[in-house]
Design a protein around this ligand. Sequence first.
Ligand SMILES: [Zn+2]
Length: 243
Amino acid sequence: MLNICDTCGTPYVESNLDFLSPDLRHVAKKLKYKPACQCLQKQSDQEALERLEEERKHARKEEIERRYREARLAPRFRRRRFESYIPYDVQQEEVLAVCRKFAECFEEWRKEEIHSLLIAGQTDRGKSHLAQSIANVLVKGGYTLIYENWARVLSRFRRAFKEGNAEDEKVPLLECDALVLDDVGVGSTDEWVSANLYEILEFRLEWERPTVITTNLTLEELGNSYGERVASRIQRGYRIVRL
Ligand SMILES: [Zn+2]
């Protein structure tokens, strides 16, 4: 079908070349309007630019989605922000500031001798909210991170152990840049549980990879539940904050 350019009046034919693959787009651009007057050339350049921008946006979204999946962060937790944490007392205010600093200055924190964080306190003080806010900042910052509830870690471990692939479950927890273990202390404990927790904490300390733990327990109670070795690792490498 013959068209006329609105601006300069040159007759031209327009072809639909959308079926061409993206890597042939530069060809498509040249063939779309025949002959292409300057106005049409400009228009097709603009269209190509917009499409490229659209694709980039899509790729960025996909990349963030992939990181979140790898982080095991459930959609509800992805909305947690420091900004929506309302401190009701000085203690909560102080812990909020520490958590914020940890997430926002992660690059400096991870180089420190004390590079991990234990957030202790009663239920409903917002420990998980803070831990999830940390996770969100780090995932968006491009760090590899795993966020897991401790009870779920254990059930995954148990299942993997039975199936003979315990290592596959454990390795990601050892290797990610930051590991967040939520609600350590909940669930039954025995020597096997303690040994696994110790192995994770010890390995990550040795490799200087920060861990964030939230718990209802005091350090002493953690020692009672998981053994002195676990308590001493926490004492050695963790900044302990109380809510
Ligand atoms: Zn024209």
